[in-house]
Write a protein that binds this ligand. Structure first.
Ligand code: C2E
Ligand code: MG
Ligand code: MG
Ligand code: MG
Length: 289
C-alpha cells in the first residue's frame, strides 16, 4: 500500500511539476510578445507624500501585466521571470519610457518619478547611457528621476552596479535603496552606500504598533539622518502609522492610507490638480491651504 501510495504521489507530483514548467514556458513566451506589442502591459503610479506638509513629492512607477487568460499577474511573479529569461532590459526600458513620457505630458510641478530597477539591468552594459538617452528624449532633467535598487545589488562587490550608479549620480539622477531592512545586509553596510534615500520596508511599518518595530524605525531614521539620507516609509496603511512615522521624523510616506497606485489617466489628473493648486498658492501670495 505504502509503495503504491508513494508511486501515486510521485506520479501526481511529476505531472504537477510538468504543469508548472509548462505554464512557466507559456508565461515566458507571452511576456516576450507582451513586451513587443505593449498592449497587455501598463505602468501605474503610486504617489509619495511629504510627511511634514502632506504635499505630493513624487510618484513611483509600478508595472502591471494583464494576461488574457491568467488575468492580472503580479510584478513579484513576472519580474523574476523577466530576469531569468533575458527580458528584464526590455521591461525596464518600457517602464522608464512610460515614466518619463508621463512627466513630459504634464506641466512640471516639482514632482519627480521613481522607477524600480533590477540588479541584472543595472549591471548590463550601457545601462546608464540608455537611461540618460530616455531622459533627454523626453526632455526630463535627471534630478527628477530616482532609481530604486535593492540591497542585494547595492552591496554587490563586483563593482558593475556601482559604476552605473556613479555615472548616473554624476549626471544628477538620484538613487534609493528599496525594501530597506528586509534583506540580510547589516545597517552599517547599507548606510555606506552611495544613495540619496532609503525606503523603510513595509514589514517595519506593519510592526510599528504591534511587534516592536518602533525602536527599529527610530534607529533607521536616526542613522539615515546622520548620513544625510532621506527616508520614505513604505506600506503605510493606517492613520496611526502615519502619525507615528511623522513624529519619528520620517521624510516621506507611501501606502494605501495615502493613495493606492493609480493608472496613467488618474495620475495625470492628480498631477494637473497638483499643478493648479501650486499656481493658486503662488497667486495668493504663497499661502498654503
Ligand atoms: P516595491 O518597489 O517595494 O513597491 C511597493 C509595492 O507595495 C507595490 O506592489 C505597491 O503596490 C505595494 N504597496 C504600496 N502601498 C501599499 C500598502 O499600503 N499596503 C500593501 N499591502 N501594499 C502596498 P506591486 O506594484 O505589486 O510591486 C511589487 C514589487 O514588484 C515592487 O515592490 C518592485 O520590487 C517590483 N516591481 C514593480 N514594478 C517594477 C518594475 O517596473 N521593474 C522592476 N524591476 N521591479 C518592479
Ligand atoms: Mg519600489
Ligand atoms: Mg519597496
Ligand atoms: Mg517590495
Amino acid at each position: 500500500h505504502a509503495k503504491a501510495a508513494g508511486r501515486n504521489t510521485f506520479a501526481v507530483f511529476g505531472s504537477h511539476m510538468e504543469e508548472v514548467l509548462r505554464r512557466r514556458r507559456v508565461l515566458e513566451t507571452d511576456l516576450e510578445s507582451a513586451l513587443e506589442t505593449r498592449t497587455q502591459l501598463a505602468v501605474h503610479f503610486q504617489p509619495v507624500y511629504s510627511a511634514k506638509d502632506g504635499r505630493m513629492s513624487s510618484i513611483e512607477a509600478l508595472c502591471r501585466w494583464r494576461h488574457p487568460t491568467f488575468g492580472t499577474i503580479s510584478p513579484d511573479v513576472f519580474v523574476p521571470i523577466a530576469e531569468e529569461c533575458g527580458l528584464i532590459q526590455a521591461l525596464g526600458l518600457y517602464v522608464m519610457e512610460e515614466a518619463c513620457s508621463l512627466l513630459a505630458d504634464v506641466p512640471d510641478c516639482g514632482v519627480g518619478v521613481s522607477v524600480n530597477a533590477s540588479a541584472i539591468e543595472l549591471m548590463s552594459p550601457g545601462y546608464s547611457l540608455r537611461v540618460l538617452s530616455i531622459l533627454s528624449k523626453f526632455g526630463i532633467h535627471p534630478s527628477r528621476l530616482e532609481i530604486e535598487i535593492t540591497e542585494r545589488m547595492a552591496t554587490d562587490a563586483d563593482g558593475k552596479a556601482a559604476a552605473a550608479i556613479k555615472a548616473l549620480r554624476d549626471a544628477g539622477v538620484r538613487f534609493a535603496v528599496d525594501d530597506f531592512g528586509k534583506g540580510t545586509s547589516s545597517f552599517g553596510q547599507l548606510l555606506n552606500l552611495d544613495v540619496d534615500r532609503i525606503k523603510i520596508d513595509k514589514m517595519f511599518v506593519d510592526q510599528l504598533h504591534h511587534g516592536g518595530g518602533l525602536p527599529l524605525v527610530e534607529a533607521i531614521v536616526q542613522m539615515a539622518r546622520h548620513k544625510g539620507l532621506q527616508t520614505t516609509a513604505e506600506g503605510v496603511e493606517t492613520a496611526d502609522q502615519r502619525e507615528t512615522l511623522t513624529s519619528l521624523g520620517c521624510d516621506s510616506l507611501q501606502g494605501f492610507q495615502l493613495s493606492k497606485p493609480l493608472n496613467r489617466h488618474d495620475t495625470m489628473h492628480l498631477l494637473s490638480q497638483h499643478e493648479s493648486r501650486m499656481n493658486s498658492a503662488r497667486f495668493s501670495g504663497d499661502r498654503s491651504d
